[in-house]
Write a protein that binds this ligand. Structure first.
Ligand code: 13P
Length: 226
């Protein structure tokens, strides 16, 4: 294993431990992937299945090629199919984080989208965070419904399951995951307290444009190939 490779594997593990420290995942729930380089042919690294984050070592991280071939001493995450589908179809995805964070998953259990109850929804590329239709974990059906919900967005809820976030790197994906959970918390609290006011689409279009100029860059459509 080369030093840069070991470093990237460590960054995945650090991200997993940050997710746990921030209360966004625990134990073995969730999973994380990151591309191995700018060339899509380099493939990506993915966390192994069912291994607690506090016991994970660089050699446990699995390498996956863009046609889905896995190499490593551990089995890949059971959510390999959707990490692979996102890496194949979203060129803006350098890192992917999946959590079962409490408030995002609460909204996902209600099978609701998160509407523009706060302008920071625009960080994710549009006027809402959609909730993907339910499908069994690890199935091609889940990958398909998730890609639809992620169209033009950096995040989507997964019905009765959790949250998926796309980032331009591990640091951005972690920051956006924290933000998505905060937005879900605000929405849930607003629903408990009354009738949340949703910002109009024209205002959200302005917000999304400002975030793009701010340095977040454009969000890819799920239908485009890398
Ligand atoms: P893995 O341990 O297989 O990654 O599964 C965790 C999970 O959250 C499945 O959705």
């Amino acid at each position: 294993m080369t030093d840069p490779e070991r470093n990237l594997r460590r960054q995945i593990i650090d991200t997993c431990r940050q997710l746990e420290a921030r209360g966004l995942n625990q134990g073995t729930s969730g999973n994380v992937s990151v591309r191995c380089g700018a060339d899509p042919a380099a493939g990506f690294f993915l966390t192994p299945t069912n291994l607690p984050y506090d016991r994970m070592e660089p050699a446990d991280i699995v390498h996956v090629t863009l046609d889905g071939q896995c190499t490593g001493r551990c089995r890949p995450s059971s959510e390999l199919p959707f990490h692979l589908a996102i890496m194949q179809q979203r060129r803006d995805a350098v890192a992917v984080i999946h959590t079962h964070s409490t408030h995002a998953t609460t909204i996902a259990c209600l099978r609701k989208d998160i509407p523009a109850v706060h302008y920071l929804v625009g960080l994710f590329g549009g006027s809402n965070l959609r909730c993907a239709e339910y499908a069994t974990f690890g199935t091609p059906e889940l990958s398909a419904s998730l890609l639809r919900a992620l169209d033009g967005r950096r995040a989507a809820l997964m019905a009765n399951h959790g949250l998926v976030v796309i980032g331009a790197g591990l640091a951005q994906a972690l920051a956006l995951t924290t933000e998505a959970e905060t937005l879900a918390t605000l929405y849930w609290r607003a629903l408990c307290a009354g009738q949340p006011v949703v910002l109009p689409d024209a205002e959200m279009a302005e917000v999304v444009k400002k975030f793009r100029d701010f340095g977040y860059g454009p969000v890819d459509a799920a239908s485009r190939k890398p």
